[in-house]
Design a protein around this ligand. Sequence first.
Ligand code: C2O
Ligand code: CU
Ligand code: CU
Length: 484
Amino acid sequence: MDPAASPAEKVRRVNRRKGIGDMTFKQDGGLSRRRFLGVAAASVGAIGAGGMGTSRTLAAGPKTVVRNPLRLPPTLSPAGLSLSAAPGVADLGGGRLSNVLAYNGYFPGPTLRAARGTGASIAFSNGLSEETTIHWHGMIVPPLADGHPQQSVMPGGSYLYQFAIAQRACLNWYHPHPDGLTGKQVNLGLAGAFIVNDSEEAALALPAGAYELPLIMRDAKLDSRGNLSYKAGNSGFDGSLALVNGTRDAKLDVDGALYRLRLLNGANARVFRLALANGAPFALIGNDGGLLASPAQTAEIEFSPGERLDVLVDFRGLTSGTRVMLRDLNSGWDLLEFVITRAVDPGYQPPTGALSTIARLANPVRTRTFSFDGMSRINGQEFDMNRIDFQVPFGQTERWVFSTGGNAPHPVHIHGASFQVQSRTGGRGRLFPWEGGWKDTVLLQDGETVEILIRFDAFSGLYLMHCHKLEHEDMGMMTNFEVV
Ligand code: C2O
Ligand code: CU
Ligand code: CU
């Protein structure tokens, strides 16, 4: 590629090479009735669950925002699942339908849930007009099930993803990973949660059922017809509104009880800094790779694309009618309003003692350094899906050191293993409570050097490391390595 070309132009070239003429959603004159009927059956759940109605708050001034019921996608087992990716429609709020890309007609896709020790067998069919793959971000799966761009599924094609679920309880997620098209497909709607449960977690009796909420936070841009619209900016996609589970200006009626929020930053490029408007702390209990060793109280949590958080929020004792807003302090956006509507308390208690035992990685055999440079390079090279950049011995602990010459945030993500963050120097100069335990994505800001320990002890073969700012990934800030 021409190094002088602007990043946006590079993305356009990738798309032209792939025969995709336009970065925005193809309109075909908007939603014709025929088209709507064609997709309506598949989308009934998405529309029904979100509710066509909106709650109108009594006018308290010109700034009153009509808030929309939070959408909660259905929960499915990944054992023997058929999953499709195809154009669909979703009610982002207010009863107006928007064109999106959807898994099984849902935006976000169905929440997959499975117990450790079981397996996934997912028959995927590609109903898009371009190639795609599915990557199970955070799931430790064999290379051929990992959604590498080499395993691209052509339009009309299908692929069977099969893997054992052998890892500890955690919140993971699934999303497309095709060469140069990931940012667009994720942004237009393709993403879903994948929850793993185990007995260690069950023993803690954490809030469950209606008291456990998977929340996918992201930003979005709408075109003049209200359809999701993707344009890659030079420093990554920058949306103008927030969506939580595909719902704008979301609200949720809750009980005066303890809730478990399973948060995923599903944005292409945006870093969120979460806080509750009433100043109450989050009890942080887990992150990407599952439970932390012990809970931590924190009033603010910053997380970048691809990272997950497991937090408890305590509405016990709040009276009916109380409203608590989950906000993003970076953008000033109101993300999700909790409205306490019932004094019901099922009795969930926050765990006080240890949550889990984290075996520490130690004594690295070697050190590798990676520089995330410009908007498209790691150690000077742009991604080539057919070039293997380095080999990592199976079962050996290594120290990997990440640095950048600028253009952050770079959320660094590794496939095939979880890692333990050791240190951050420069920039923010410290580690945060949500960076303990096991991680698969860590935020690298300008001026920072981040050091991790990692060991690949599940599978050998081809895996990826990349910047999870999806525009950087698509422009080439990704590297292939082989576990041998
Ligand atoms: Cu969530 Cu390789 O990506
Ligand atoms: Cu991944
Ligand atoms: Cu980056």
